[in-house]
Design a protein around this ligand. Structure first.
Ligand SMILES: [Cu+2]
Length: 302
């Protein structure tokens, strides 16, 4: 084997090694991102995205395409069949009961179908159903995780209220990016959550702040962070969908709106527990983590 071939073989096995490497180095995990020339949505990682993408792809799109085709064909037919030259004496017909019933009833049925599925989805996004296992065939882990997200100008703060862990998550500036880290989507401290676990999301904003919106497209979660309000959502990342996910603040919130990305690392339950233990250790070592946050806050607000 030539040197070049050996090198190529070594390189081609590299991604595999990185995937299998036990999750100590998070920078090496699968990066779930849109790729160049991609059509459609980002990868579906949760029960919610599976349901919503099915609604869009298999219900809404066929209905929209069928209606567009029907209208186009009808228009072309009318333009040819009833043009002045072919039809010199126009009919004086003004009513056709059967036709009018059809064009009232059929759209009503279509809207009702769309409406029922939409409302069902809104409730599904609101709280996890008791029979969650029935949706994907996989029962979630018994222990849920509460994650509180606070929007600040212009960074996110995360808190695990049941664990006493909290930290700020701040954009990595262009000059500090490491190879492979996407620009404007990379933060210093990504949120870490366990896979196949119901995450109870509580989203709010700093009381002296403005409205932000916490969004991860692959999770089907977009929820406003409003000062003085606690908006609740949930999601469960399906087994096999571990990796890093990206999102951005989705409510125009001011000067650095574009510079407060969201990064979520989905890891196995043992890896999550290990990460949590490490965070708790660090919190004990530095007695006032809140001071850091406040200092960062004033620094960013100028
Ligand atoms: Cu914002």
């Amino acid at each position: 084997m030539s040197k070049a071939k050996t090198l190529a073989a070594a390189l081609s096995s590299l991604p595999l090694i990185l995937l299998v490497a036990p999750g100590a180095a998070y920078a090496q995990m699968v990066n779930h991102m849109p790729h160049d020339w991609q059509m459609g949505f980002q990868v579906a990682a949760t029960d919610i995205t599976h349901e919503t993408f099915w609604f869009h792809d298999d219900v809404l799109m066929p209905i929209v395409i069928a209606i567009a085709l029907l209208v186009t064909v009808l228009m072309i037919y009318a333009m040819i069949r009833f043009r002045a030259k072919a039809n010199p004496v126009p009919t004086r017909t003004t009513h056709n009961t059967a036709l009018e019933v059809i064009w009232t009833v059929v759209p009503t049925i279509i809207v009702a179908i769309i409406g029922i599925i939409s409302v069902r989805l809104v409730y599904f996004q609101d709280a996890p159903p008791a029979d969650l296992a029935a949706y994907s065939g996989v029962a979630p882990e018994p222990n849920e995780v509460v994650l509180k997200v606070t929007g600040n100008r212009w960074f996110w703060e995360y808190e695990y209220p049941e664990e006493g862990v909290s930290f700020a998550s701040i954009l990595v500036e262009d000059a500090d990016l490491k190879p492979g880290q996407p620009r404007l989507l990379t933060v210093d401290n990504p949120v870490v959550i366990p896979v196949n676990t119901v995450i109870r999301l509580q989203v709010t904003a700093n009381p002296q702040d403005v409205i932000h919106s916490w969004t991860i497209p692959s999770f089907g979660v977009k929820v406003d962070a409003i000062p003085g309000r606690l908006n609740e959502r949930w999601f469960r990342v399906l087994p096999g969908m571990e990796g890093r996910y990206h999102g951005q603040c989705s409510e125009l919130c001011g000067m650095r709106h574009a510079f407060m990305p969201i990064e979520v690392d989905v890891v196995s339950v043992p890896e999550y527990k290990a990460w949590l233990a490490k965070q708790k250790g660090e919190a004990d070592a530095s007695p006032s983590p809140k001071t850091t946050t406040v200092a960062l806050n004033t620094g960013r607000a100028e």
